[in-house]
Ligand binder design. Structure first.
Ligand code: 4LI
Ligand code: NI
Length: 186
């Protein structure tokens, strides 16, 4: 299983690289990578196991964050949230955002990242809704439309696959400016 020592930190060049396309059928290594990334999220979201293994809880983990420059990420959104926002759990492979809402949204408390040790404050403006096409571990194609928190998470994870970190999107002069008509997610 992955521990915090296995998570690549900001400054490691792998986090700034464009990740490589994943081929199907998945190699044994890629299948293991997928399983271990989802396992990390599951364990990290269990309060007892999280404490036991000294993990930081996460809802998304991208392959470059465990040192693998591959177009693969795990997403596991917690079941809470309003009923209109469906929970999402999958390994997303070769994902592409095929449409974005005009409506912008940001987490009202800002974003955190397992690869960024210090808190970087500020709004991270993103699309409130996205449609994403991806392949699962079996190579099956999926097209999903996510909104609010799950949409924010999947955009954060897909950013990792293209070498972007959340703070790249924060307005450095005015981190908490609410100029546009974006919505804020608690
Ligand atoms: C325990 C058990 C407060 C501060 C609130 C914790 C189970 C921040 C939020 C969790 C913040 C779970 C999260 C992300 C933020 C903050 C990610 C707690 C895990 C909240 C996930 C990728 C950004 C995702 C909401 C600087 C590691 N996650 N909180 N942002 N949770 N978690 N992000 N923001 N302020 N990051 O970080 O997984 S998108 Cl589920
Ligand atoms: Ni991250």
């Amino acid at each position: 299983m992955y521990l915090m020592k296995d998570i690549t930190r900001d400054g490691n060049p792998v986090l700034r690289k464009q990740a490589e396309k994943v081929q199907f059928p998945l190699s044994k290594e890629d299948r293991e990578l997928a399983d271990k990334m989802m396992e990390y999220l599951e364990i990290s979201q269990d309060p007892e196991l999280c404490e036991k293994y000294q993990l930081r809880a996460g809802v998304g983990l991208a392959a470059p964050q465990v040192g693998e420059s591959k177009l693969m990420a795990a997403v596991l959104t917690p079941p809470e949230g309003d009923e209109t926002e469906s929970p999402f759990k999958d390994i997303i492979i070769n994902p592409v955002i095929i449409s974005n809402s005009v409506q912008q949204a940001a987490l009202s408390v800002g974003e955190g990242c397992l690869s960024v040790d210090k808190d970087i404050e500020g709004y991270v403006p993103r699309s409130d809704r996205v449609t994403v096409r991806y392949q699962d571990v079996n190579g099956e194609e999926h097209t999903v439309r996510l909104k609010h928190y799950p949409a924010i998470i999947i955009q954060h994870e897909i950013d990792h696959l293209h070498g972007t970190l959340f703070y790249d999107h924060i307005d450095k002069e005015n981190p908490f400016s609410r100029t546009s008509d974006e919505i804020f997610i608690d």
